[in-house]
Design a binder for this molecule. Structure first.
Ligand code: PEP
Ligand code: MG
Length: 859
């Protein structure tokens, strides 16, 4: 006996025993009542694995404990014999939501120590007791862990010192009654779970605010004592790649996960040239462990990490949790399980969150890397890139020419920056939201992009950005854009490479089998189209033709067209643009091999093609042989207060019809050329920004005339379909009339969101985060389709459109097109397809397949 002690005084209010359940094969056990760990342990018990006696305490009971209602602890301990020695572990509904750490060796006291000294020696007994005191002191009594540092060689003397420290710091003796010890452990775990920090942490992992915590109380299989005793952890796949691999460590005379933390004493599991292995020292237990691993995979239908102990050569299985894994491993494990017949393909498809594919498609900052955050903006295009800061497109191009990675930093980008974006590795803007120019182009190019970093100051003169904490980064400094999270980081953190491996492809092939809505891509260039094809897009749903005018020497011709004095002059310049557009379309048609290609006629206001600074205007004046004043006057004349609501889209098409005439001719001539060489092409021509049926009639008449002319000139017949973009509220409301003149209606939810909210998509970034934080908007409506408001217009438009034309093809081509919420919405209303950035095609296909498999009724 070490010393006399006061009688234990566990004060308990009794609650019903149903809240506490002994885990047996037939016990009623549910992850939503007792947590995932309890349910998993029951499965292991059902498989007749050597699991020590375990009792599950339900969410309700644990919540009761936090509020002062302690269950009958004596009844709990009655399952564990005369002198109970137990552990307590958390059991939240989803193991990923975490919970307080495990506490082992509850029940250790002076008397037990004396008895254990007899059987296993003083050092081992002291180690077990001291470990409990250490854990209890830190997590239950909330003492400073520094005061309880574990010595290398525990002994009766060091144990005395621990007990004395405990007493000195609490003015109480260390509790000796196992009931009191257990009650205090349960109380402390229950309260920790209800605390603010734990709640915020689990909410960040997707748990609801009121997520429950269960607890499991389990008989200790000590891992310490005579014969071969120890503890280890094993899993059967690599957590990063998902490849089959036996990974783990074992440590003699150890407990819990010690083997993972003590590099000196831990040994390998399988025979290994580098040193001793469990397979050598305890072959029977090792063989049993391997057998159990296979059994768990097959019957739990999951890759599990198993915690085990060996007691005098006998194996005990203490716990099994899903192997934590990277996105790449999530995909490989799901596909391998399905290929091995452990789960059906549908389930493999359901198991992969679409965000995992998005991560695999792009380089990512390694989650283990340290992050020096400069500023947080809006995550506009996923993936991460590191490079030197440049402030203009010219510098970006020069940097690319030198072979140096760069990040293009702009207040906002305009179409003029496209060449700079092509050259840059990532883009950062101070203004804009998820549908701003930088965001749309970034996603199209698969270029990591963060927009709306409005807390950054940009000092154009000094070529520097100033961070909210006063740091300054100048041109040439290295930064990292994390377009997945919206973070801008200083320097170059470690990265994980994109991984489009065979498992990724297999999963997508399976997803395609289940998918019941078309997935097309928004693709403007041959490179975009090729990406779309590589991801098996079923066509192009939106080709924004204006982007073609910024390529190479076309901008100059485009500007000449803008400066033309009259329609004849304009037509003459457009004739020079015609072959360029035609070759663009031939190229697109070739790549898409007969799949539908929907080409949107010119949409942006013309001023976007003109320089905005004096130097640019002087260059232009020189190029066009004009006076600077003439250029300035034309730029001023084209300037609009609100270009989003001004002379753009079909309004421009009707006011300056030569542009659409040229584009229609280019499309039809390309159709003839491409169909001669390859699969027959039936192009789709789409009119943007429609708000009145007369607009459609006028444009349709001219387009039909051009088609007839091209047919007559070439002697080749072809078919084409003319449709409209529904992106003004009026077009949705008048869809019945409009649909009578259209073969298809594609909802442009970027503009439609902008106009429904009366909210400029380029300026929304300034206040969006504050609006979302304060709950004014549940989400950024440019990012997540506003099902209530914009969605109602979509429903009205679809319903009225069908009334006007029962064969109308319906789709959505705004940036929402790739999101699960928008796909669910479109499926529920029988839309034919969604169209999204090429890099989102796989993500959209997986979301659509999951929705088809789970068949939600309606939205
Ligand atoms: C839209 O408005 O939803 C759309 C796809 O067109 P853009 O983004 O080019 O305006
Ligand atoms: Mg639009």
């Amino acid at each position: 006996m070490l010393r006399p002690h006061k009688a234990g005084a566990a004060v308990q209010k009794i609650v019903t025993l149903k809240e506490v359940t002994l885990i047996t094969p037939t016990a009623s056990m549910d992850a939503t009542v007792h947590g995932g760990r309890a349910k998993c342990l029951q499965r292991l018990v059902c498989l007749e694995m050597p699991v020590p006696t375990t009792v599950a305490i339900s969410f309700q009971a644990v919540h009761g404990i936090a509020t002062g209602r302690m269950p009958n602890v004596s009844a709990i301990l009655s399952h564990f014999g005369e002198a109970p020695l137990v552990s307590v572990r958390p059991s939240s509904q989803d193991p990923d939501w975490g919970g307080p750490g495990a506490i082992l060796n509850i029940g250790m006291n002076d008397a037990r120590f004396d008895a254990m000294c007899e059987t296993m020696g003083e050092a081992a007994a002291a180690a077990v007791y001291m470990r409990f005191i250490q854990c209890y002191a830190e997590h239950v009594a909330r003492l400073d862990p520094e005061s309880f540092h574990m010595p290398d060689t525990p002994s009766g003397e060091t144990l005395h010192a621990f007990l004395a420290t405990y007493e000195a710091e609490t003015d109480e003796e260390f509790p000796q009654d196992p009931q009191e010890q257990l009650a205090e452990v349960l109380r402390s775990m229950a309260r920790t779970w209800e605390g603010t920090t734990a709640r915020l942490l689990r909410q960040a992992k997707g748990a609801p605010a009121d997520a429950g915590l269960g607890l499991v109380v389990q008989a200790m299989a000590l891992g310490v004592g005579a014969g071969e005793c120890g503890a280890g952890v094993v899993q059967f796949v690599d957590a990063t790649t998902g490849a089959p691999s036996l990974i783990g460590r074992y440590q003699s005379q150890a407990q819990g996960r010690d083997a993972l933390h003590d590099n000196k004493r831990a040994i390998y599991l399988t025979k290994d040239k580098r040193g001793a292995a469990l397979e050598d020292i305890c072959p029977d237990a090792f063989a049993e462990l391997i057998r159990i691993g296979g059994l768990a995979r097959k019957h739990l239908r999951e890759e599990m990490q198993i915690e085990f102990t060996i007691q005098n050569g006998k194996l005990h299985i203490l716990d099994g949790v899903r192997v934590q894994r990277s996105s790449r491993a999530v995909v490989r494990v799901a596909v391998d399980l399905a290929n091995d017949g452990v789960i059906p393909r549908e389930e493999a498809v359901m198991r992969v969150p679409p965000s995992a594919l998005s991560e695999m498609l792009h380089r990512q900052v390694d989650p283990r890397a340290s992050r020096d955050l400069i500023v947080r903006g809006i995550a506009a295009s996923p993936g991460a890139a590191t490079g030197r800061i440049v402030f203009s497109s010219n510098e970006a191009q020069a940097s690319a020419a030198r072979g140096e990675a760069c990040i293009l930093v702009r207040r906002e980008t305009t179409p003029e920056d496209i060449r700079g974006m092509h050259a840059a590795n990532g883009v950062l803007t101070m203004r804009g939201g998820v549908t701003s120019h930088a965001a749309v182009i970034g996603r199209g190019l698969g270029l990591p992009c963060v927009v709306g970093a409005s807390d950054l100051e940009i000092n154009a003169k000094k070529h520097a950005i100033i961070t909210p904490d006063g740091r300054s980064f100048v041109e040439g400094d290295v930064i990292t854009v994390d377009g997945t999270t919206g973070d801008i980081l200083a320097g170059e953190p470690a990265m994980l490479e994109a991984a489009l491996d065979e498992w990724f492809r297999t999963l997508l092939t399976w997803a395609e089998e289940f998918c019941d809505i078309g997935i097309r891509a928004n693709a403007d260039t041959p490179a975009d189209a090729q990406t779309a094809r590589n991801f098996d897009a079923q066509g192009i749903g939106l080709c924004r033709t204006e982007h073609m005018f910024f390529e190479g020497d076309r901008l100059g011709v485009m500007r000449e067209m803008i400066f033309a004095d009259d329609a004849d002059d304009r037509r003459e310049v457009l004739e020079r643009l015609l072959p360029m557009q035609r070759s663009d379309f031939v190229e697109l048609f070739k790549i898409m091999q007969g799949l539908p290609v929907c080409i949107r006629l010119f949409d942006p206001p013309l001023h976007e093609f003109l320089p905005s600074d004096k130097a640019g205007m002087r260059d232009l004046a020189e190029g066009l042989d004009l006076h600077l004043s003439e250029v300035m006057a034309r730029v001023a004349a084209l300037e609009e207060y609100n270009p989003m609501l001004g002379m753009r889209g079909v309004r421009l098409g009707i006011s300056v019809p030569e542009i659409y005439d040229m584009q229609a001719r280019a499309i039809f001539e390309a159709t003839v050329v491409a169909s001669r060489k390859g699969d027959p092409v039936a192009p789709e021509v789409m009119i943007p920004l429609v708000s009145a049926v007369r607009e459609v009639e006028l444009v349709k008449t001219r387009i039909d005339a051009v088609a007839a002319a091209v047919k007559a000139e070439t002697g080749v017949d072809f078919s084409y379909r003319l449709g409209v973009m529904v992106e003004t509220p009026r077009a949705a409301l008048r869809a019945e009339d409009i649909a009578q003149h259209a073969a298809f209606m594609s909802f442009g939810t970027n503009d439609l969101t902008q106009m429904t909210y009366g909210l400029s998509r380029d300026d929304a970034g300034r206040f969006m985060s504050s609006y979302v934080r304060q709950g004014v908007y549940a989400e950024d409506p440019f990012h997540t389709l506003d099902v209530e408001g914009v969605g109602e217009l979509l429903s009205i438009g679809a319903e009225r459109g069908r009334k006007g034309n029962e064969n109308i093809v319906l789709s959505i081509c705004g940036e929402h097109g790739g999101s699960r919420a928008a796909i669910a919405f479109c499926r529920a209303r029988g839309f034919d397809y969604v169209s999204c950035s090429p890099f989102r095609v796989p993500v959209a296909r997986l979301s659509a397949a999951q929705l088809a498999i789970s068949k939600p009724e309606t939205i």
